[in-house]
Design a protein around this ligand. Structure first.
Ligand code: ATP
Ligand code: MG
Ligand code: MG
Ligand code: MG
Length: 468
């Protein structure tokens, strides 16, 4: 099955089970100013789970665009992490619960996707006997392949509010994909057991004191990574070889005059570029713009990181806008906003790439000198003031400096960086106050002149001027 076919089949499957198919919401969460990005399918539906609003439809299914920046370092290193990915999900707002969500998930992965049942593993929250029994008795999964796990992985909560236990579906890809450790099992961070689907059973309310009370209106929130499922079905080593990403990878390899799959360093760079470029393209199409703060800083950081990986592959000129065109060609049919906003997206990407391209070489040169100096003197930490200069003069996001330093076995004094940043903000504030003072003063005199009319200076001739 192609990525498009999986997306389609998922939505159709749940439509047949009475769900309303809704389009993906924006990557910029409109209903929640406290978060930067839509990071899961449930984000647009949060008000329905908290009870702040009521959904027109009790059952909904979506394929949601997601951005997860905390996973940035894993991109290309694990087989399964992106900063941008698509999450398939089915939701119940006070309607069905575990008794349906679990068997339907099983039906979809075994009947529709055709995954072999004996390769599937299930995790449940340690105290969730109800979920365990549904998997065991209703679905018939052998007890030995249902693993009870702790709160860190199998309980979903964010502060005060609705929350509940999770149950995940893993696929065992075989020992040859694993880390080889005798402890390797479900939940291991290597690529053998891949988590494809997470079912969240929203059944408690957590109050300020941390007490959990059962909810009257229970809910279901599930999330399945489209690229991961595609990688399993298409039997490829990582998400990047699926039809969803492969063309973007091959296109950029072509731009660099390289071939994907011949050198692991090259492959890592190509993966990072393809991943970050997808994230930037989708985010800009949804209205985000590069800047030094919040969401804009994330775009800037992703873009500059991608450009730097391009330089590592020997690319001196602009290339990201071309990769972005490939992203739009690949994804434009499923996400019309990409085609509609194409011109704007490419313009924004090119402008930011040009801006950074001008200073990247000089900044790299400066950092190399700092690093050489440190190595000579036996130091191991790039001073915060230097990291700040790289940021301020050459547009190096702190994280980029940290990564480049780490490649040489060095750390960066991020506290010192923060202090230098604060100092500069204070200076800017003072300067602003000064300008405000000057313009206030000027306005005062202008005003006075308006009231008094033209005045003539007579002090050269008279010691005291009297109004006539
Ligand atoms: P993992 O443990 O592999 O990092 P997760 O437990 O953080 O995944 P969830 O928050 O449960 O993931 O999200 C639901 C589903 O979304 C996952 O089961 C997976 O299929 C997919 N997913 C999560 N994070 C990513 C990512 N960074 N890139 C691609 N798919 C992802
Ligand atoms: Mg994760
Ligand atoms: Mg997980
Ligand atoms: Mg999970």
């Amino acid at each position: 099955m192609t990525g498009n076919e999986i997306r389609e089949s998922f939505l159709k499957f749940f439509e047949k089970k009475g769900h309303k198919i809704l389009p993906s919401a924006s990557l910029i969460p409109l209903s929640d100013p406290s978060i930067l990005w839509t990071a899961a399918g449930m984000v647009p539906f949060k008000p329905y789970f908290t009870g702040a609003a009521k959904s027109e439809f009790p059952r909904v299914t979506t394929c949601q665009k997601c951005i997860r920046t905390p996973d940035i370092e894993s991109v290309g290193k694990t087989a399964r992490h992106h900063t941008f990915f698509e999450m398939l999900g089915n939701f119940s707002f006070g309607d069905y619960f575990k008794e349906n969500a679990i068997p339907w998930a099983w039906e979809y992965v075994t009947d529709i996707l055709g995954l072999p049942a004996d390769k599937l593993w299930i995790t449940v929250y340690q105290d969730d006997d109800e979920a365990f029994d549904t998997w065991r008795r209703v679905v018939g999964v052998p007890a030995g392949r249902i693993v009870r796990m702790g709160k860190d992985t199998n309980f979903w909560e964010i502060g005060v509010g609705p929350c509940g236990p999770c149950s995940e579906i893993y696929v065992d890809l075989g020992a040859e994909r694993g880390c080889g450790s005798p402890e390797c099992a479900v939940g291991c961070d290597c690529d053998r057991y891949i988590e494809i689907w997470n079912l969240v059973f929203i059944q408690y309310f957590r109050d300020e004191e941390g007490n959990y009370s059962p909810l009257d209106s229970k809910g279901i929130d599930t999330g399945m990574g489209l690229e991961r499922v595609a990688s399993v079905l298409q039997n490829v080593p990582t998400n990047f070889e699926t039809d969803l990403l492969r063309e973007i990878m091959d296109f950029s390899a072509g731009l660099f005059g390289l071939k994907y799959g011949s050198d692991s360093k090259v492959d890592l760079a190509l993966k990072v570029i393809a991943d970050h470029c997808r994230a930037i393209t989708f985010a800009v199409a949804d209205g985000a713009l590069p800047s030094n703060e919040g969401r804009g800083y994330v775009i800037r950081r992703l873009l500059r990181r991608a450009v730097r990986f391009g330089r590592l592959l020997g690319m001196q000129g602009l290339f990201l806008n071309q990769v972005a065109s490939a992203v739009i060609r690949q994804m434009g049919a499923a996400y019309q906003e990409l085609t509609e906003k194409q011109e704007h997206v490419l313009k924004v990407i090119q402008a930011e790439e040009e801006r950074f391209g001008e200073t990247l070489a000089q900044g790299t040169e400066m950092l190399n000198q700092i690093i050489a100096g440190l190595k000579k003197s036996g130091g191991s930490v790039v001073p915060g003031a230097d990291a700040f200069k790289l940021y301020d003069t050459y547009g190096f996001p702190l994280e980029l400096t940290q990564e480049m330093a780490a490649e040489q076995g060095l750390a960066v004094d991020s506290g010192g960086f923060g202090a230098a940043m604060d100092e500069q903000r204070q200076r800017a504030r003072n300067a602003r106050q000064e300008t405000e003072y000057i313009s206030e003063r000027d306005a005062f005199f202008k005003d006075l002149r308006g009231q008094l009319g033209e005045t003539v200076f007579v002090g050269y001739d008279l010691l005291e001027a009297r109004a006539e």
